[in-house]
Design a protein around this ligand. Structure first.
Ligand SMILES: Nc1ncnc2c1ncn2[C@@H]1O[C@H](COP(=O)(O)OP(=O)(O)OP(=O)(O)O)[C@@H](O)[C@H]1O
Length: 265
């Protein structure tokens, strides 16, 4: 079949669509403003890294994307966050949002139950009862999280008996089992040893073909290794947002350069 240059360009544009569009987002914890007029488009499928010194608002911003800040008293938010054409702060269906936008935290936070029950927990809460369906979902999710081979013979054992790195991959499997489209990761490897970190990074590289991933990391090498785009935060603002390669090799703003070269933070 003949494809014209225009068709191909159109195809390319369609391949890198935006999944999330944030406009003029401000967030206050009581009187204290933590995010200042954040505007950013996050691409569909691929990895976007959020970097910046401690306290600059990375986690706060990440949590706005599935309305986790709603759980904190005194938080006020203005501005728009649109995911797939839906303004998430104008819809009341937070459960649907958190199904679509899953989250993996800094420390593995598995429940004190078996590996199987941890992964099946969310789907069961959604009403899935069939053992056959659950078995398949648990297996598929653990395979997608690159942990199946290590746990397939001990699915009924306590998840808390796994190593930290294994637990974090089960947390990722638990998120995947909900069939999310976006996965937020808040420093997912900061509590892990270097080998487990590498495994999780390899997993992120594999997952980015299927999911829109937004990751907060303090580790510059990790941001450079795993992400396609990087946003540099400072004092609650985005100072620079570009292709990761550009941020690390030719940043436009002096403050970005100072940060990525380790001169501050
Ligand atoms: N629940 C809260 N109540 C009040 N202030 C908060 C709360 N959570 C965060 N903050 C403040 O908001 C600002 C941004 O914090 P946030 O945790 O988003 O930064 P961060 O860049 O993720 O930091 P770190 O890299 O250390 O995790 C900080 O000044 C912090 O003290």
């Amino acid at each position: 079949m003949n494809t014209t240059k225009m068709d191909r360009n159109k195809g390319n544009e369609q391949q890198i669509q935006n999944k999330i569009s944030v406009n003029d987002l401000n967030l206050f914890y009581g009187e204290k403003q933590a995010l200042f007029s954040i505007s950013i488009d996050i691409r569909e499928k691929g990895v976007t890294a959020l970097i910046g010194p401690s306290g600059c608002g990375k986690s706060t911003f990440l949590r706005t994307l599935n309305r986790m800040n709603d759980l904190i008293d005194g938080v006020k938010i203005s501005g728009d966050i649109v995911i797939d054409n839906e303004n998430i702060y104008r819809s009341n269906d937070v459960i649907k949002l958190r199904t679509k936008v899953g989250m993996v935290f800094q420390k593995p936070n598995l429940f004190p139950m078996s590996i199987y029950d941890n992964v099946a927990y969310g789907p069961r809460m959604q009403g899935i009862k069939s053992k056959k369906v659950l078995n398949q979902l648990v297996e598929d999710s653990l395979k997608s999280a690159a942990i199946w081979d290590e746990v397939k013979d001990r699915l009924k054992s306590s998840a808390l008996g796994l190593s930290g790195g294994q637990q974090q991959r089960v947390c990722i499997a638990r998120a995947i089992a909900m069939k999310p489209e976006v996965i937020l990761m808040d420093e997912p490897t900061s509590a892990l040893d270097p080998i487990s970190t590498l495994k999780v990074e390899e997993l992120i590289a594999k997952m980015k073909n299927d999911y829109t991933i937004v990751i907060v990391t303090h580790n510059m090498q990790q941001a450079a290794r795993v992400s396609d785009k990087t946003a540099f935060f400072l004092n609650g603002e985005i100072i620079e947002y570009a292709n990761t390669e550009t941020i690390f090799s030719m940043p436009k703003d002096q403050r970005t350069e100072d940060y990525v070269t380790g001169r501050f933070g």
